[in-house]
Design a binder for this molecule. Structure first.
Ligand code: PFF
Length: 459
């Protein structure tokens, strides 16, 4: 395991940073979460809302986080504290979020690993039964626990043996393969009956679908997918050199991450239409299981090559998930290390045990603890953790960040840092977003959302 070094290491260049940040950003959020949210929240309207948020709010927030990290050379807690001691708590608040996400991320990572393996053992027909296989897998007593543990241990082993660099390098081959495969699958899906309606649903915005819930869904997804509002990009920024162009890097990461999410949606949403028929049916039944139910049906129609195709696809998704899980777990390790002042090794053991235990509880939410339905009838512990982190904590974390940078330390602190290495082309947009638009938007959306939850009006 890599021991803590005294001086801070840095990326070998701008592209090393972009690739590492992209490896953290591209994961289950793109392949699993984005398509089901797009399907659930009315396709095109969600897509356009998401895109607008990424290039405005997401851009501004990622600039703040990376510049803050580079300026202070510290991770979140220290970085906020370094600008103003009293505001360390923002970093503390952000640092709680990876501890909520990592366990359930690993549960879904386990689902993906299981599916890759099941293509070789159970075969494509068994998996394409419209949801029965998936339900009995997650509700079963052993299998889902076993695969969750496999995924957690794999993640921790990569960290422990210090081979993360190797995994990230292999991503340079695996990621393009995943993109190529997703592209081919989406083209193939278009040839299936009913897929065109799905394409229209995915691409053409229907204004009547607009709601505060859609905006909060898109916003939470943006934080999740770009790994924002949880302190991670601050740490990544702290490894950047003063000469690296921040704005260019941030734009590249956004384009890459959003491109892959878009592609995943292009593959899964029309496939859901083929399987379920109408927009209403798709919106109604879209949730965390969508990818695992719909894609096996697409693969099955390939006949003889379905086994290889399904195996390869889920294996590639698993790799993308693995690099994100590594980044999440490492964040937890460094937070424990810093706050308990413990050795890296001890922090690593604590985090491994924590993730295993917490992920077991998340898993139990689908069988022995299935009576716990925190978000109403049929919801699970996983749904709750996903909701509390993405729809509640991350908006609050981002609101605090905007107020802190926009009004307390002032945007100039960030702008000056950006300008050390390059011109700041979107400076105007940045200031308006951080000072006015983002805080107002987040406040309105949060109030509307909470009011709706308490039944003051319906969304
Ligand atoms: N951005 C990742 C995804 O879309 O799957 C999730 C994630 C990874 C969030 C790493 C945070 C993180 F540190």
């Amino acid at each position: 395991m890599e021991e803590k070094t005294v001086s801070r290491s840095s990326w070998s260049g701008k592209w090393a940073f972009i690739l590492a940040a992209a490896a953290s950003a591209v994961g289950l959020g793109n392949m699993w979460r984005f398509p089901y949210l797009a399907a659930k929240y009315g396709g095109g309207m969600f897509l356009i809302t998401y895109l607008v948020l990424v290039v405005t709010f997401g851009f501004a927030l990622m600039m703040v986080e990376t510049a803050l990290g580079r300026k202070t050379g510290l991770s979140a807690i220290g970085a906020f504290g370094a600008l103003k001691k009293k505001y360390r708590f923002i970093g503390v608040f952000q640092s709680i979020i990876p501890f909520i996400i990592t366990p359930y991320y690993c549960v879904i990572g386990g689902w993906v690993a299981k599916y890759a393996f099941a293509y070789l053992t159970a075969g494509p027909d068994a998996l394409a039964d419209g949801g029965g296989y998936f339900t009995s897998f997650i509700a079963g007593n052993y299998s889902s626990f076993f695969w969750m543990a496999v995924f957690v241990l794999l993640t921790c082993a990569v960290i422990f043996f210090g081979v993360k660099g190797g995994i990230e390098r292999s991503n340079k081959i695996l990621m393009p393969l995943l993109i190529g495969m997703a592209l081919c699958i989406s083209i193939y899906v278009m040839t299936m009956p009913g897929a065109f309606d799905g394409l229209k649903y995915y691409l053409v915005p229907d204004i009547s679908k607009f709601s505060p819930e859609l905006v909060i869904g898109a916003m939470g997804q943006m934080f999740y997918s770009l790994s924002l509002a949880m302190g991670i990009m601050v740490t990544y920024g702290s490894y950047m050199k003063k000469g690296d162009d921040l704005e260019h890097s941030v734009r590249r990461i956004e384009i890459f991450d959003t491109g892959i999410a878009f592609l995943a949606g292009l593959m899964i949403v029309p496939a859901a239409f083929v399987a379920m028929g109408s927009g209403e049916a798709v919106a109604e039944s879209s949730g965390p299981s969508l990818m695992f139910i719909v894609l096996p049906q697409v693969f099955q129609s390939f006949g003889g090559v379905a086994t290889v195709l399904g195996f390869a696809f889920f294996l590639l998704v698993m790799f993308a998930a693995l690099t994100s899980a590594i980044s999440l777990t490492e964040t937890c390790v460094s937070i424990v290390q810093d706050s308990l002042k413990s050795s890296r090794r001890r922090a690593f053991v604590i985090c491994t045990i924590y993730v295993l235990v917490a992920a077991t509880i998340v898993n139990l939410g689908y069988n022995d603890l299935s009576f716990i339905q925190p978000l109403g009838e049929g919801s699970s512990i996983l749904d709750f953790l996903d909701f509390i982190s993405n729809s509640v904590m991350m908006p609050i974390a981002s609101l605090m960040t905007c107020i802190f940078i926009g009004w307390i330390v002032k945007p100039k602190v960030i702008i000056d840092e950006v300008k050390i290495s390059s011109k700041f082309k979107s400076e105007g947009l940045f200031v308006v977003m951080i000072k006015y638009v983002a805080p107002v938007l987040v406040t309105i959306i949060l109030i509307a959302y909470v009011a709706a939850q308490f039944g003051f009006f319906s969304m």
